[in-house]
Each structure stands twice: as C-alpha cells, then as structure tokens.
Design a binder for this molecule. Structure first.
Ligand code: BGC
Length: 719
C-alpha cells in the first residue's frame, strides 16, 4: 500500500482532524476525498460516520478507510464508575466487562478507536486527572489497564464491536508538579522505569493498538518531542508496532513549551521523536513535505510511521468492513449494560469506617431516615468526569435508590442543605435540624460535583469543598447515628470530619447505577468490598504520600513520633528523635492503600511460603488461611505484598504483587494461594536494567497495605 501512496497521502494518514458540528462540511469531505486525513476525532453519529467512511473508501484515490476516535473513558451511553472507582473494585474481570459494554455502545455509533485506558500512575490527589486513573500503584494499574484493553479490543480486533484502545499518557503525566495539570514532570530514569512505565509495558504486551504522548514535559523534553520515550523505549526496547498519537494539539504546543521556535520546527521534533499521528493540529500537513524536501526528515521515516497507522486499520478489519452494518450493531448492544454498571458501582464503594457497626441499616427496624446533602439527588454529578456521550436519563440518584429500596417501610426525609458541593453556606438550618432530630439515623451525601475533578480540574485544597464540613458538625449536634456517603473524583482529606461520622462509604463518582448500588450497600443487601486504589492523606501537605515509598535511613518508629502540640518550649533540636515524618501530620495516612472494611469480619492466619528458597527462574506459592468470622456472606480482596530487603538501589517498603477477590460464607475458611515467580520480583537496578537480585524477601498477605501477617524467603542464583 505504501508504495502506491503519494507523499501527500502518506502525510494525510498522519493527521487526525478534530470535528464538531462541521463534520459533513465541504471542507471536511474534500479533505477526506483528497486523502488528506487518516482519522477524525469526535464524530459519534452513526450516519455521519458511515457517510465519511463511504467518501474515504469510495471516493478517495486509494480508498483507505478512516479511524474514528473518541474518548470513551468510563462508559459511553451507560456511564460506569470513574476509572479510579473501577480500580477500587480490584476486579479486572469487571473492568474488562465495563470496557466491553462501552466498546459495543461506542461501536454502534461508529467509533472504532477510544483514547483509553489512562494508565498514568497517580500519587497526587490534587491532580484532577487522578479520577481517570487506576490509582497510585504500578501493579494494580497494569492489571486494570490490561483488563480494559481486553474489554475494548475484544478477542479479535476485527470483530464487530471491538474498538482500538489507546494507552495514555506516555509517560509520567501523573507526576505533574504540585498536582497541577499539564505541569512539568521530573522523574529520574530509575523511578520512571520502576514506577511509571510498567503499566505501558503491560499494555503493549497485551496488544494495545495505540499509545498517546502526554502533554507534559519529562525531564525537560515534552513527550511529543521525546525520542527517549517514543522511540528508544516504545519502539526499540518494547517493539511496539501500533500508532503513537500526540495529545490534542500537543505538537504545536511544543512552541508554547519553548522547545520549538515555530510549528515547522515542532513538526520536525515530533516526527523525529516518533509521533505517528497528530491529533487536532495542522503542523504535519503544513510542514512535513517541506521538511522532507529540505532533507531534514527522510521519507523512509514517514513510511514507517504510515505503516504503523495502516497496520492498525488492517487489524481492525477496516479494509474488509469499513463500517459495521446498522442491524449488526443494534443487535449487539448488550441489555446487561446497566447490570455491569451496577455491579461495578457495588464493588467500587469502599467502607472506610463503621464505628459500632452502625451499617448496614435494617430497613425493618427503622421508622425514618434523614437524607441530607448536595449529592443525594444529583443524577448528573454522580456520573463523573468523562461523560460526553453518557445518557443522564439512565442515572439513578441516591435518594431515588433509597426510596425504591425501602418502599413504604421507612420514612425518607430529604433536605438538600447546600445548593451544590461548593456552596459556602448551609441553607435551611432549622429544617435540617428538625428533620435529623425526628429521624432514627442521618445519611449525608457529600463530596465533589463532577466538574471538580478530571482534566484541568486540579485542587490545592482537597478537603470537602464549601460548607460541607460545617454541615457535618451541625448534623452531628443532633446526636443521631451519622453516616456519610462521599461521592468524589479523588481521595479527599477527611481529617476534619472523620471523628464526627460513625460510618463513611466512599463511592467515588459511581456512574449511572450509583444510586441503586449505594442503597443496597447502606441497607445490607450487599456488603461493601471495594479497597482503596490510592492512599488517603490526613493533610494535603503530606502529598505525595503512597504506600510503596522508600524506607529512608531514618524511618519513623511507631510510638516515638511526637506531635506539634506535645513539644516542650525550647526543647533541644534532637531531643525527640530524628525521623522522617511531619510534626503536624505524623507519618501515616488517614486510610492506607488497599484499605476497605466489610460487613463480614475477615481473619487471616497461617501465612506460609511453599519453600524457603526461590531459585531464579522458579516460582513458589505463598498462602494464607482466610476465615469469615462475621454474620454475612461477603467478598474480601486478599492482597499480597513483598519487600526486597536489600537491593542495588533502595527498594520500596512494600510492593503489591498479587490480589484476589474471595467470596466467603459466614463461618467459612479457605486457603488463598498466590504463585510468585522469581520474575515477579524483577526491578530496574542501579544500571537501569531489569533483573532479579538474589537476597532476602519478606511477604505479607492481608486485607490492606498495612497487613501484618508475614513470612520470609530467600531468592538464590541458579546453580
Ligand atoms: C486529553 C486526552 C484526550 C484528548 C482528546 C486531551 O485534552 O489530554 O486524554 O484523549 O484530549 O479528547
């Protein structure tokens, strides 16, 4: 195909037109007819897609079909929980099912390329895009990213309903300074390889069709001009043969970054680095021919890039079936989209606290509940950040979910109390107090509206916004059992209210079926089983705080850390020890990574390794006995962590190496096993090569990253 293409046609394949209302304008159709664009962005009307595809296939000289790209991030028509919530399910199969539903719905509208999953390791809750991520951990993000890719792309990329996925944003975007979106990132190569690149490597091994360059600059070079990332790592080391796409207009922005003088230089830098497709910009169509004439870029380089684009089109089967038949797709849009959305919402909710087992509520023993707060009846806000195509009509709000569940058994009295999540004033104070005073229990629906997280929506203060904390204090005065359901796009700092609340259900933005799922969890029709995919700081000043930090030479010793209030005046500088911590926040988070309670009571005993020694190339089994000592059937997410006690570079205090959802009846005990291959212990050492280093390792198995049950084994070189 490439040998038959003119240079202009080749460059056309490297351009992605961003369309809106104008998708069928003469300008657009002319560009397609002339072969001057290989893909388009944001057309989601099946008829328009069919028409544009018809023009490309029938009226352009070579009949090369188009790619139709769209951000299908957490659902299409049926909105799923935000990715951070999906990560809290610790259930890759469910993440895959959610992506599958989204792919089917999107494909029905002609989309054949999604810009998901976002697999940026995100350790900063200020960053608005943490909502789109799978959280702070490399391993969890890798597992979830691969699951999402399998869901979007299906078994066979050419099958109807499969769409190309895109691993983004390559790379290190999650480390944006101060959690400010688009900001600079500085990540040493060793940390880059050990923390940020892992999920991308896993995505490529899983056959992801495309990779998107990040907006941000990494160690001084924006990703769209970063040949270390885009060529050395992606192509040479990982042998990626799909599409590398820029982010929206990010090539032209190389000038804004101050790394290119003008668009022509920007295009030259981006092609040299290895960006195959320019999203939403015109630097390639405007300048590549000239750059080749001037011999600054070789045409063979362009050929290789075009080949990457065409390869994905072939794999998608577009040359045989450029657009799916309407009937074919209509039949395939699955009826169980809402079932998947509900299951994902159910499993994503994390029970952070449940003092005195105030939850679950017993509908048969309650006369009335007060439902208070700005997010109780907020069907739109619960959907979360990326909902371009979401159908708000499908959204079941929390108040309706509760009313439907309790029927006429329980009086449900609702007061909104704040106009929205940011309001600085509690309205109807008297009504709030009277309502709560008359009820058996109060449920507060708090958090962030969807607009407070996502792209370009970072926050420096991550407390509950507005007067919500004030509302909590007010309602507390009524002395009733007090439950908070928090809907938010990020971990919030909850220190100022945590002691006022008897129970906290953290629901993220749970998507369309959030209301039904939350009602079922509140009233015990299901037990919470979500676990935190990101650490919850006590104070924003602790950020970045994450479980797999390094030990330092002066780790804090529990019980020996003082608090600012306890310091004597003029105490000598060293009198309270020399540890790595904050005087006012201590060293621990409010809730650790992996934390999440249940209505059951899980007990772990008898951790063991199948062998004391693990020869490189072999594997061993780590196991534990897990019992349900509670009264209800429930699911637990069992987590395996490992520490490499001595390495050629300092190693994290713990690293997640496995997890599994296990359902247990009351009284039931099971043995949970994890197979650990020596290869799972590999990391990038001092020479930045990936190796397994012999030595002593410690393993923990339990219900969070603070699990205490431990054993040790030794990794030995092969004889
Ligand atoms: C975002 C990408 C997204 C693209 C297209 C950009 O602003 O960073 O994640 O895929 O827009 O909408």
């Amino acid at each position: 195909m490439i040998s038959r293409m003119t240079l202009a046609e080749k460059i056309g394949q490297m351009r992605q037109l961003s369309l809106g209302e104008d998708s069928l304008s003469d300008h657009v159709t002319d560009e397609i007819r002339a072969g001057r664009t290989g893909s388009v962005l944001n057309v989601v009307c099946a008829d328009e897609v069919r028409e544009l595809q018809r023009i490309a296939v029938e009226e352009s000289r070579l009949g090369i079909p188009l790619l139709f790209g769209r951000d299908v991030i957490h659902g299409f028509k049926t909105v799923m929980p935000i990715p951070l919530g999906q990560a809290a399910t610790w259930n890759p199969e469910l993440v895959k099912a959610a992506a599958r539903v989204s792919a089917l719905e999107a494909a029905a509208c002609g989309v054949n390329w999604t810009f998901a999953p976002m697999i940026d390791v995100s350790r900063d809750a200020r960053w608005g895009r943490i909502a789109e991520s799978f959280g702070e951990d490399t391993y969890l993000t890798s597992q979830m990213g691969v699951a999402a890719i399998r869901g979007y792309q299906g078994e066979n990329l050419a099958a109807t309903g499969s769409i190309a996925a895109c691993a983004k944003h390559f790379a290190g975007y999650g480390a944006s300074e101060a959690g400010r979106d688009y900001a600079t990132t500085n990540i040493p190569e060793n940390e880059l390889r050990n923390v940020y690149l892992g999920p991308f490597r896993a995505a490529i091994d899983a056959g992801v069709s495309s990779v998107m360059a990040s907006f941000s600059d990494l160690n001084g070079v924006p990703a769209s001009a970063n040949d270390f990332l885009m060529t050395r790592v992606l192509r040479h080391e990982w042998q990626f043969d799909g599409i590398a796409v820029s982010d929206f207009n990010s090539i032209s922005q190389l000038c804004v970054h101050g790394i290119a003088e003008d668009d022509k230089e920007a295009a030259c830098l981006a092609v040299t680095a290895g960006i195959d497709v320019e999203m939403a910009g015109d630097t390639y169509v405007s300048f590549l021919e000239q750059l080749i004439e001037e011999e600054r870029i070789e045409e063979s380089k362009i050929d290789a890039m075009v080949a990457n684009v065409l390869r994905v089109k072939f794999r998608l089967g577009l040359f045989e079936a450029p657009a799916a038949e309407e009937d074919d797709l209509a039949a395939r849009v699955s009826d169980d989209a809402l079932r998947v959305a509900k299951e994902a919402a159910l499993q994503s909710v994390v029970l952070l606290k449940n003092e005195g087992a105030v939850l679950p509520l017993a509908a048969d023993r309650l006369a009335s509940v007060a439902v208070i707060g700005p997010l109780a009846d907020a069907p739109y806000e619960q959907l979360g950040t990326w909902i371009f195509d979401g159908d708000p009509g499908l959204s079941v709000d929390c108040l309706s979910g509760i009313r439907k569940l309790v029927g006429d058994r329980v009086d449900v009295n609702y007061v909104k109390a704040l106009a929205n999540s940011r309001s600085r004033q509690v309205d109807n104070v008297t009504e709030v107090m009277e309502t709560v005073g008359q009820c058996d229990v109060a449920i507060l629906f708090l958090g962030e509206e969807s607009i407070l997280s996502g792209e370009a929506h970072s926050r420096a203060d991550i407390n509950l916004p507005g007067a919500q904390a004030e509302l909590v204090k007010l309602v507390r005065q009524a002395g009733k059992p007090l439950i908070a359901v928090i809907l938010a796009g990020r971990p919030l700092t909850l220190s100022n209210i945590v002691d006022d609340l008897d129970a906290i259900l953290y629901a993220w933005h749970p998507g369309a079926m959030g209301g039904e799922a939350i009602a079922e969890l509140l009233f015990g029709q299901a037990s919470p089983s979500g676990k935190l995919p990101a650490t919850f700081p006590r104070m924003v000043g602790q950020v970045p705080i994450y479980y797999n930090h390094k030990n330092t030479g002066k780790p804090p010793i529990a019980g020996e850390i003082l608090h600012i209030d306890d310091i004597e005046e003029q105490a000598p500088q060293t009198s309270y020890g020399m540890f790595s911590f904050h005087l006012d926040a201590g060293s621990t988070p409010l809730f650790p990574f992996g934390h999440g309670l249940s209505y059951a009571e899980f007990r772990y005993t008898g951790i063991r390794a199948s062998a004391d020694r693990l020869a490189i190339g072999d594997s061993l089994t780590l196991s534990v006995e897990l019992s349900n000592a509670g009264q209800v059937r429930a699911e637990e997410v069992v987590q395996l962590y490992v520490r490499d006690l001595v390495g050629s570079v300092t190693r994290p205090v713990r690293e997640l190496k496995g997890f599994r959802r296990v359902m247990l009846d009351p009284g039931q005990t099971v043995t949970v096993q994890f197979e650990l291959r020596s290869q799972d212990l590999a990391f990038y050492g001092r020479d930045n090569r990936c190796t397994v280093e012999p030595g002593k390792f410690r393993a923990w198995i339990g219900g969070s990253s603070t699990a205490e049950l431990e054993c040790e084994f030794q990794v030995i070189a092969r004889d």
